[in-house]
Design a protein around this ligand. Sequence first.
Ligand SMILES: Nc1ncnc2c1ncn2[C@@H]1O[C@H](COP(=O)(O)OP(=O)(O)OP(=O)(O)O)[C@@H](O)[C@H]1O
Ligand code: SF4
Ligand SMILES: [Mg+2]
Length: 355
Amino acid sequence: MTGTAPTAQTAGTGDAPTAFLEVRDLKIHFPTDDGLVRSVDGLTFQLERGRTLGIVGESGSGKSVTSLGILGLHNRRNANVSGEIWLNGKELVGSSEAEVRRLRGRDMAMIFQDPLSAMHPFYTVGQQIIEAYRVHNDVSKQVARKHAVDMLGKVGIPKPDRRVDDYPHQFSGGMRQRAMIAMALSCDPELLIADEPTTALDVTVQAQILDLISDLQEEFNSAVIMITHDLGVVAELSDDILVMYAGRCVEYASVDDAFHRPLHPYTWGLLGSMPRLDRERSERLLPIEGSPPSLINVPSGCAFHPRCPYADLNGDKSTTERPELVEVEPGHKAACHLPLDRRREIWADEIRPKL
Ligand SMILES: Nc1ncnc2c1ncn2[C@@H]1O[C@H](COP(=O)(O)OP(=O)(O)OP(=O)(O)O)[C@@H](O)[C@H]1O
Ligand code: SF4
Ligand SMILES: [Mg+2]
């Protein structure tokens, strides 16, 4: 594909779903000199308002590419996006860039890992919130300014009527993160995506920010997607968990099922590598051997097979056939060839006792 060729942006033809957010068979591929990077490769999930979905997976599994894709932030010239993203009855993959831009900020917003990347250094924090607010709301500057001060106050910034005129660099890391949250929430987005919102912050501020997101979610009944490496954060804030590996969902479950009855070897690995409070942070219990695959040469069959201790139990199926994501219990899906009973046994007898 050349830079000027039309993108492979293809809208699905499926019917409008009833869920607030429904992602169907989403694929986001980047043609590069080294080959096609399949960052997201057939992702399907749903999310309702008022609910929080935690997306977890190792570095490079496609979490950020997925979030940027939902917000329509990939440059259509170098990303091939296909599948369907339905937000409130509207399909976004086939919508014009202008239409998606209109929804961004009004219906959906994102909290980025690095607040500086989302803020302009030459404008005050207030100007940026005011600007974002006025794009979608026909109000005077004065009304928008009052709204900006209110939002800054709401996210816990002291003396918001004064800080509103500060520049981003005048804020500390934690305050800047709050200011970005204020910016993201200033239009009461129905869908909020928080991509590693707290990694750069110290533990106390982290906790405050997470509380803030859940308070604001309650107030606005927003749907939230929380992306994090920290399973503890997921456990605390999410209703459901989507475990991502090599651009696909390998397990989708309620928090309770994901932590107490997980049915995918990769999820066992993640739980096993979770740091525990009673141990050194660097000490992992059962680390997952090996590293995540290149998304240019994704392993055949089950992408996890080179690292999976159970791959041999399925003849050659794990290396030749891609396991489909199947619902094994209501609301609980997993993609693995191992017979379900065998997985339950392994979890109960081999994995759980070691955690
Ligand atoms: N514009 C791009 N062009 C080519 N490859 C890309 C592009 N953006 C992302 N990728 C690749 O897509 C894969 C998934 O990246 P992504 O940023 O979604 O990972 P992630 O799960 O968010 O990881 P992390 O936990 O480190 O944030 C990576 O291999 C990355 O190099
Ligand atoms: S399909 Fe095979 S390789 Fe993949 S997780 Fe299941 S057992 Fe492991
Ligand atoms: Mg990321």
